[in-house]
Design a protein around this ligand. Structure first.
Ligand code: MN
Length: 366
């Protein structure tokens, strides 16, 4: 069980603090975002956990961050996924094998898969898995020691950085407890506690809090002093890697995604009202089936929306959406440069300023 560890640092007054989280194997996005935000030795960089899994290169990303962290101005905390993989290496090899197999089928691979290939150990049988667990610590000592030594919490006089959340600010009471509740907590932004210092978390894509549309931008709660910055990098087709910039007590942010860019040709007014259904509460009731879209009622909220039929699933007498869905129509002007997420029945799902929605006009791919 990972133990709660707190590290402290003191930024200089006026020093810029850049904060990102949940890189999930997208090291090349992190690199692009560091260039985009002009990160230098004058700044501080904080990465709030979940470096690996789901993206294309977990091992490469881990190594990239190991290198980066050798700079004295870079701080990296533990994420639940990072901690989960470390626990698997110390646990039952059969479980590790089962997990690797699952990740190969659903995500095209994982950290263990990459590591096994690099050592040249197959990872197919329980005998292989036992051998892998023995060899892996020796071969990947630098990477795994780095991951094992990540703190749970980073604190400064004004900020607390933690992967998923904390129940209150009395950090001394949390010391030497099990770290799990702070690496994985439910809906931290909905929890009532108000903090004096700002608490900044990742872990859950911020869009999952939004009832109306796909919004990947950080959520800033000025009343409770907390902020959720996970842009859904690697987890959402419309996701992005967010970089929060803290300077002189103010907040600003940038993001990176590598979606194709396009120029808007036709103006479109935004929807006055819209609904987002996410995988957290995906059940819907069918009201009216149409040829390409159907009218449904979202079971959790009672709100009605039209859903494209290709997003609808029927299983065991229950309708649901296969993935996050919104009926939001995005507001755009000719000349706007947008990211193109996907095309469906001649309509586009596009993203502008971190918010994704449907567009029925013409666009020109850049
Ligand atoms: Mn996480």
């Amino acid at each position: 069980m990972p133990q709660m560890v707190i590290h402290t640092f003191n930024p200089k007054p006026e020093q810029r603090i850049l904060v990102t989280s949940d890189v999930h194997g997208y090291g090349h996005w992190l690199q692009a975002l560091l260039v985009q935000s002009k990160f230098s030795l004058d700044d501080i960089l904080v990465i709030i956990g979940d470096l690996i899994e789901k993206g294309p290169d977990s091992l490469g990303t881990l190594r990239q961050v190991v290198q980066l962290e050798q700079q004295s101005n870079v701080y990296v905390t533990m994420g639940n996924v990072d901690a989960g993989r470390l626990q698997m290496l110390d646990g039952n090899p059969a479980e590790l094998l089962q997990y690797t197999d699952f990740m190969r089928r659903h995500w095209g691979g994982c950290l263990f898969d990459q590591m096994a290939r690099e050592i040249g150990v197959p990872l197919e049988t329980s005998e292989d898995a036992r051998r892998f667990c023995k060899e892996v610590n020796r071969y990947f000592d630098q990477e795994l020691s780095f991951l094992r030594s990540r703190p749970t919490i980073l604190e400064t006089p004004d900020y607390i950085f933690v992967h998923s959340g904390i129940p209150h600010e009395r950090l001394w009471e949390l010391k030497e407890t099990v770290a799990w509740p702070y690496l994985k907590t439910d809906l931290f932004m909905c929890q009532e506690y108000c903090f004096d210092r700002w608490v900044i978390v990742g872990d859950m894509p911020s869009t999952l809090y939004n009832m109306c549309r796909h919004d990947c931008n950080p959520i800033i709660d000025h009343q409770r002093h907390k902020m959720s910055i996970d842009g859904g990098c690697g987890l959402k087709v419309y996701g992005q890697l967010n970089m929060l910039c803290i300077q002189k007590g103010g907040f600003d942010f940038q993001y990176y995604d590598n979606l194709p860019k396009a120029v808007i040709q036709t103006p479109q007014q935004p929807s006055a009202d819209s609904v987002q259904v996410t995988y957290l509460e995906r059940k819907v009731a069918l009201i009216q089936k149409g040829p390409s879209q159907s009218l449904v009622r979202h079971v959790a909220t009672g709100r009605e929306l039209w859903v494209r039929n290709s997003w609808l699933r029927y299983h065991d007498g229950q309708w649901s959406v296969k993935d996050d869905y919104t009926d939001y129509k995005i507001g755009v002007q000719p000349g706007d440069v947008v990211s193109v997420v996907l095309q469906e029945d001649g309509d586009w799902l596009i993203k502008k300023d971190g918010i994704a929605g449907w567009y029925t006009g013409d666009l020109e791919l850049a």
